[in-house]
Ligand binder design. Structure first.
Ligand SMILES: [Zn+2]
Length: 805
């Protein structure tokens, strides 16, 4: 169990919750995924340092001032005139209303051939209607209106902290994977005999991992022996005297890294932000049992010590080692490391973590490690032929931490270091040992997550295969559950979303001509990664991809180590052989924008209800998939995305004044979302963090508008088929298609979360809570206000709106 990667949520979290961050997290942390650099590179957060006054707050102030002046100068005459004006406005509004109603009636005069009566449409229609709460006025609370029925009918599973469309979609995908893994190889008749052979071998690799994981008897028979064998090879305790010298400690780190254990820091390939399609070696703080935040809670530290102590007692002979001293030393050392750790929010900002250093600089700054020796040996272990010299550039992602680490290592005795290193091996591999050793893990997990959460063995093993061979799993997933006709349809949505952005950009008055022209170029250059990469179905390429994964049906832990070896080799080899492999597996229920590629990635796993269904009318799909693509596209122009150019290099293509206008407009969102609240389990209101969620809010807001416009474009571009593709659903003859577009959008965010967890997620998830992903966006949307004819200053149509894209 990797507590550290589950995230810093204190209570009631289960391993099932890896999808808790909801779709659109740039990269959802997978509890057993190990590649911190890749993850961090993908989780871009807010990095706009906004000190300037927002345009909105300036406007608001001006308006307040005008009102103030009006009060002061208010003579009777002025008052009379003002009242007359008011009356006139009222009348105009009434007229407008009447016209709107007439228009509505006209739009709703559906003939029977306008209504879609296929089985699929009837099912969709029921699903959408059942999810709604039509007793609520959509202009009062659109989230309740769109999702009220869903929330009433859907229970949060007892072992989960939340339920949402994304959690449901994700478990649907995991179920498909489980079914694939449980059956025997099925011959694919479409392949040549040679290909069939490769296909079978590939499938058998998946099966070997799965079966070895499922074979509990075999695992139990070995007890703790696999771990003791590792210690024998590593000689951590025996070598301890050598740690006094930098070289001795460095050699030991290289050995541990070889097995996929990363005390102190983790090393990986990282995109060169200044040179598109190139990679550098990066390193990053690492080596805690829990997240940094946990270490400031005394009560947690008591439990952590108990956990460490109990495990040590099961592994070591108490006649040879003083378990109590070991536990104390490990805990105190981890506390120091935690204290030195850089808070994760800082690591969302490339300006913070993208620090280039040469070996000479590293050696001068952190002399406790022999950096040249470390990298040379590390690469040699993976057979990577790369010349490391004094001028080689590295990315030092957490310099403040490394400086402190250097001091900590200076003042720590070698026994403590040895205990800590041994503990790191346990922390990495303990979960792969026999079940009779898992008592302390369960006890600690129960304490941390407030209840016993048992993931069924097949679930655990399916996830494991999914982690270790994600692209191979993706291949069988796609073959089993993905309709090949979907790709062209999604491509069409991409085309229209791009067009809507290209039409939108020149309308933005705050952009100067030059920046605006470049932004359009950037849109045109965005790469479209749809569903899965083509090489997935090329068996030779897939076989090569996994050639370094050596599996032994009798060696569960050995397979894990072999996987780690392959993983880190593939990660590092990119510095000599840059690849543009997909970063995300096809079965993922998610979408991503990845700035260093300038790519939008919409995976096969999310191309399902409620995001996309080829049988549903276009307006429904644009409310889901259209919004998804629009959201990702807007990420190219959020606070982080805008720092990358059309090729994916980190360059400034913004004029000074335009960048300032961007910051001002962004400040409007910060102020606006900071005022939104959710109710905690104590009944108190908790505010959304407008800064932390800024990039996502910008993307949510841009996403819906682009989707709406793109849908309109799709009808203009293909007027002939537009009618056929936009038939009304049988239960919705009282609605317009435009209204259904927004209902479809609202329903992608239907979710329920336990209030205590929801409050914690305000600072963990850089997306606003679901309720505000719907209401916050629609309150800013003029399209929405028109379509539902919401009176100005009704809850869903405030006068003051924020807009960037
Ligand atoms: Zn996003």
């Amino acid at each position: 169990m990797k507590f550290q990667q589950i995230g810093a949520v204190l209570t009631f979290l289960s391993l099932n919750l890896k999808v808790l961050s909801l779709p659109f997290a740039e990269r959802i942390g997978n509890p057993s995924e190990e590649i911190e650099p890749r993850r961090i590179e993908d989780i871009f957060g807010n990095n706009i340092n906004i000190q300037k006054q927002s345009i909105a707050s300036q406007l608001f102030r001006k308006k307040a001032k005008r009102q103030e002046e009006r009060k002061v100068n208010k003579s009777e005459k002025i008052e009379e005139e003002w009242e007359k004006q008011q009356e006139k406005e009222e009348k105009e509004k009434e007229k407008e209303n009447e016209e709107w109603e007439k228009q509505q009636e006209k739009e709703k005069e559906y003939k029977s051939e306008d209504i879609c009566m296929t089985d699929e449409c009837i099912t969709s229609s029921k699903r959408i209607l059942n999810s709604m709460d039509t007793t609520v006025d959509p202009c009062d609370d659109f989230y309740q209106y769109a999702c009220g029925g869903w929330m009433e009918q859907t229970e949060i599973p007892s072992n989960s902290a939340s339920i949402s469309t994304s959690i449901i979609g994700n478990s649907r995908n995991m179920n498909i994977i489980k079914n694939i893994l449980e059956r025997e190889y099925k011959v694919n008749e479409n392949l040549s005999p040679e290909e069939q052979e490769l296909d079978k071998n590939l499938f058998n690799k998946l099966k070997t991992i799965f079966n070895t994981c499922m074979d509990v008897d075999k695992i139990n028979a070995k007890g703790k022996q696999p771990l003791l064998d590792l210690y024998d090879k590593m000689k951590i305790y025996e070598n301890r005297e050598s740690y006094k010298e930098g070289d001795g400690l460095t050699e030991q780190l290289v050995t541990l890294n070889k097995y996929g254990v990363f005390p102190f820091f983790k090393v990986g390939g990282h995109t060169d932000y200044e040179k598109a399609n190139h990679y550098l070696i990066a390193f990053l703080q690492n080596g805690l049992t829990l997240s940094k935040d946990y270490y400031s809670y005394d009560v947690l530290m008591v439990e952590l010590r108990k956990y460490i102590r109990n495990i040590l007692a099961l592994i070591f002979d108490e006649n040879e080692r003083d378990i109590e001293v070991m536990a104390d030393s490990i805990l105190e050392f981890e506390k120091k490391i935690a204290n030195a750790y850089v808070p994760s929010i800082k690591l969302q900002n490339p300006q913070y973590y993208y620090n280039k250093r040469t070996i000479s600089e590293l050696s001068e700054k952190y002399p406790k490690i022999n950096w040249s020796l470390f990298f040379k040996k590390r690469l040699a272990n993976h057979n990577i032929d790369f010349d490391i010299n004094d001028e080689t550039i590295f990315i030092d992602m957490t310099p403040e931490y490394l400086e402190k680490l250097n001091e900590i290592l200076e003042e720590t005795d070698v026994d403590t270091i040895a205990y800590y290193l041994e503990w790191r091996v346990i922390d990495r591999f303990y979960e792969y040992l026999s079940s009779d050793l898992q008592g302390p893990v369960k006890e600690f997990s129960d304490f941390l997550y407030g209840g016993s959460v048992e993931t069924p063995l097949y679930g655990k093993c399916s996830s494991m295969v999914d982690d270790m061979m994600e692209m191979a799993v993706g291949k069988y997933f796609v073959e089993e559950a993905f309709d090949a006709n979907t790709k062209p349809a999604v491509k069409e949505v991409f085309k229209n979303i791009k067009q809507s952005m290209i039409e939108r950009i020149p309308q933005m008055e705050w952009l100067d001509k030059e920046t605006s022209d470049y932004a359009i170029e950037k849109v045109m250059m965005i790469k479209e990664n749809i569903a899965y990469p083509d090489y997935l179905l090329d068996l030779e390429k897939m076989t090569k991809k996994y050639e370094y994964l050596e599996l032994d049906p009798d060696d569960y832990l050995g397979n894990v180590i072999s996987y780690l070896n392959m993983y880190y080799r593939n990660d590092l080899i990119r510095i000599v052989e840059p690849t543009s492999d997909w970063r995300y597996s096809p079965q993922t229920f998610n979408g991503f924008y990845y700035p260093p590629d300038n790519s939008i990635n919409i995976l096969a796993g999310i191309l399902q209800t409620p995001f996309y269904d080829s049988h549903e009318p276009d307006y429904i799909n644009y409310g889901g998939l259209g919004m998804l693509v629009g959201h990702e596209l807007t990420h190219a122009f959020d606070g982080t995305g805008r720092q990358f150019d059309k090729n994916g290099s980190m360059t400034n293509w913004w004029s000074l004044s335009t960048a300032e206008n961007f910051s001002n407009a962004a400040q409007c969102f910060v102020d606006q979302y900071s005022n939104y609240t959710i109710v905690g389990s104590d009944g108190k209101n908790y505010n959304v963090d407008g800064e932390f969620t800024l990039n996502e809010n910008i993307s949510d807001n841009g996403g819906v508008d682009r989707a709406y416009e793109a849908w309109k474009i799709s009808m203009e571009n293909d007027a002939l088929n537009a009618k056929q593709r936009n038939k009304i659903l049988p239960d919705f003859t009282q609605y317009t298609r435009d209204q259904l577009f927004f209902i479809s959008f609202g329903q992608i965010w239907c979710s329920k979360m336990r209030p205590e967890v929801a409050v914690q997620y305000l600072s963990k998830d850089n997306h606003a809570p679901s309720e505000w992903r719907v209401k916050g966006v629609l309150r800013n949307s003029k399209h929405f206000a028109e379509v539902f004819n919401c009176p100005v200053n009704s809850p869903m149509n405030p006068e003051q709106k924020c807009s960037i894209w």
